[in-house]
Design a binder for this molecule. Structure first.
Ligand code: HEC
Length: 118
């Protein structure tokens, strides 16, 4: 009985880590993509103060703000993939593969880790 409960816990933990591994990108590759496509708006440190923002009506996200840090990886991934409505942030699905989008996201999470408390 106890053994069976123990085994199902192991199974749940293993399944969980497989799910995480699928979403886990390569931050090194992500850094290259970030510097190529994102730094102009989001800035070198991810604070949203890139060199190209003067003309923008909606300012780019500051990834260090609680608003971004409290969002899940999936929420941010969808923003990268589909873009943010009524903002200059267009979707990247036509330019980056899903692996590249996870890579760039893992780099962003390295700059500003997920923090559910903000
Ligand atoms: C033209 C400027 C511009 C470029 C280039 C750009 N972004 Fe954005 N980004 C924005 C704006 C504006 C927003 C919306 C901010 C808001 O909703 O307040 C945004 C939002 C986001 C968000 C959602 C943040 C949140 O907290 O909801 C993510 C993630 C993001 N960008 C990632 C990227 C990545 C990755 C790239 C490069 C592949 C990129 N952006 C390129 C301007 C840009």
């Amino acid at each position: 009985m106890y053994l069976r409960i123990g085994l199902s816990c192991v199974a749940i933990v293993l399944t969980g880590s497989v799910a995480l591994a699928q979403h886990f990108g390569n931050p090194k590759n992500g850094e290259t993509i970030y510097r190529q496509h994102c730094v102009g708006c989001h800035g070198i440190s991810g604070d949203g103060l890139g060199p190209d923002i003067k003309e923008l009506i909606v300012p780019p996200a500051n990834f260090h703000a609680a608003k971004s840090r409290t969002k899940t990886d999936m929420e941010l991934y969808l923003a990268v993939k589909q873009g943010v409505l009524f903002s200059p942030m267009h979707g990247w699905a036509d330019r980056l593969s899903s692996q590249e989008m996870w890579d760039v996201l893992s780099y962003i999470r390295m700059l500003a880790p997920f923090n559910p408390l903000g």
